[in-house]
Design a protein around this ligand. Structure first.
Ligand SMILES: [Zn+2]
Length: 126
């Protein structure tokens, strides 16, 4: 991968990072408002539902922030763009679309299949 492509990918990672970070901070501020506004409203079910939604949203964002941090760390240590599974180089065109990718397309597809399968067997065991 040439330096220009790498720079382009790093820029898009940083942009993503900033966007999510801003969103998380704003989300947090909104929740502060929500708490004071709801202090006198006794609609527990509604506020619990709201909190549950917020928590899951933050979980997704938190995971994405971690993935971005990880990609940036790999960039600075010089092993960015290498599949963590098969150690093959991840094509630049994939990284331009999904800069935080840890795996190449085929390893990713395999992992997703495994995850779906274990989720399904876990559900039937219950
Ligand atoms: Zn791979």
């Amino acid at each position: 991968m040439d330096g220009k492509t790498l720079e382009q990918i790093r820029d898009s990672l940083l942009e993503k990072w900033r966007k999510i970070e801003k969103h998380v901070v704003r989300d947090f501020e909104q929740q502060e408002d929500l708490q004071s506004a709801h202090a006198e409203i006794i609609d527990i079910a509604q506020s619990l539902e709201q909190l549950g939604r917020d928590a899951s949203l933050r979980e997704v964002e938190r995971r994405e922030l971690l993935a971005i941090e990880r990609a940036l760390a790999k960039m600075s240590s010089g092993n960015f763009g290498v599949c963590e599974e098969c150690v093959e180089e991840i094509p630049a065109r994939r990284l331009l679309v999904l800069p935080e990718a840890r795996l190449c397309a085929s390893c990713q597809a395999f992992e997703e299949k495994q995850t779906t399968r274990s989720r399904l067997s876990g559900a039937s065991a219950r």
